[in-house]
Design a protein around this ligand. Structure first.
Ligand code: NAP
Length: 239
């Protein structure tokens, strides 16, 4: 689980740990404290949440973190590629650095993590991979060329890996949330948040816990015939 100490990732880690799963949260060094307090807040499930330092934008760091998880726990049944960043600006103003930073975390990161876990899942003959894409990857969004391109690319990556491993007990799916009430959305100007709510037929922001429940469904043993799919969860913003 990448970036699993706050926002959507925090909700997924919480739900899975409360369900009895051992959850490895792979995050940046500054995430450690947050992951520890998240673990402490989980009644009876604290010992199931473990933090491993990584930066998903660097392949070697992904590899090292996955090796550390395997050394401690022996197997990896699921991977949730959740870590993501935004660097919003119109294309005319967007710098090459802003373009590359977003592509590196939001698209190369999931590729690095999938590469790092895939041999283990193939040996196990079992795996569940869920990539957190975005409605923006399907519909585009003003000022988010880098983010939309990365999230659209993630859908292509999802479908391709799904095809490549379908015979081997591994499913690969994407979840495409609309506007969810997290720090990422709160960083938007208030007027933009209000517009997003107005444009959402459901007339509200989504809750991280709602996304977490959908991810849990896709990670379930019984979801083995669902692969290469993109699940929208956006209050009707994009259909
Ligand atoms: P968030 O609250 O900003 O959390 C993002 C997480 O990613 C944080 O834990 C962050 O770590 C981690 N992260 C960032 N860069 C990283 C890196 N290089 N290596 C490892 N971890 C890194 O965002 P969120 O709203 O929960 O979003 C979670 C995912 O859902 C993202 O992929 C986002 O694009 C997607 N999504 C969100 C929305 C929405 O409306 N919120 C909608 C559609 C899709 P730090 O805490 O250390 O910064």
């Amino acid at each position: 689980m990448t970036g699993g100490s706050r926002g959507i990732g925090g909700a997924i880690s919480t739900l899975l740990a409360e369900d009895g799963a051992t959850v490895a949260v792979l995050g940046l060094p500054e995430d450690r404290m947050r992951a520890q307090s998240l673990a402490a807040s989980l009644n009876g499930a604290a010992s199931r949440l473990h933090f491993y330092e990584t930066d998903v934008s660097v392949f070697d760091r992904c590899r090292e973190a996955v090796d550390a998880v395997l050394k401690e726990h022996g197997r990896i049944d699921f991977l949730v590629n959740n870590a993501g960043i935004t660097r919003d600006r119109t294309v005319r103003k967007m710098t090459v650095e802003e373009w590359e930073a977003v592509l590196r975390v939001n698209l190369s990161g999931p590729f690095f993590m999938i590469k790092a876990v895939l041999d283990t899942m193939l040996e196990q003959g079992y795996g569940r991979i869920v990539n957190i894409s975005s409605v923006v990857g399907e519909a585009g969004n003003f000022g988010q060329a880098n983010y939309a391109a990365a999230k659209a690319g993630l859908i292509g990556l999802t479908k391709t890996v799904a095809l490549e491993v379908a015979k081997r007990g591994i499913t690969v799916n994407a979840v495409a949330p609309g506007f969810i009430d997290t720090d990422m959305t709160r960083a938007m100007p208030t007027a933009a948040i209000e517009t997003a709510i107005e444009q959402t037929p459901g007339q509200r922001l989504g809750k991280p816990e709602e996304v977490a429940k959908l991810v849990r469904f896709l990670l379930d043993d019984n979801s083995g015939y669902i692969t290469g799919a993109v699940y929208n969860i956006n209050g009707g913003w994009y259909m």
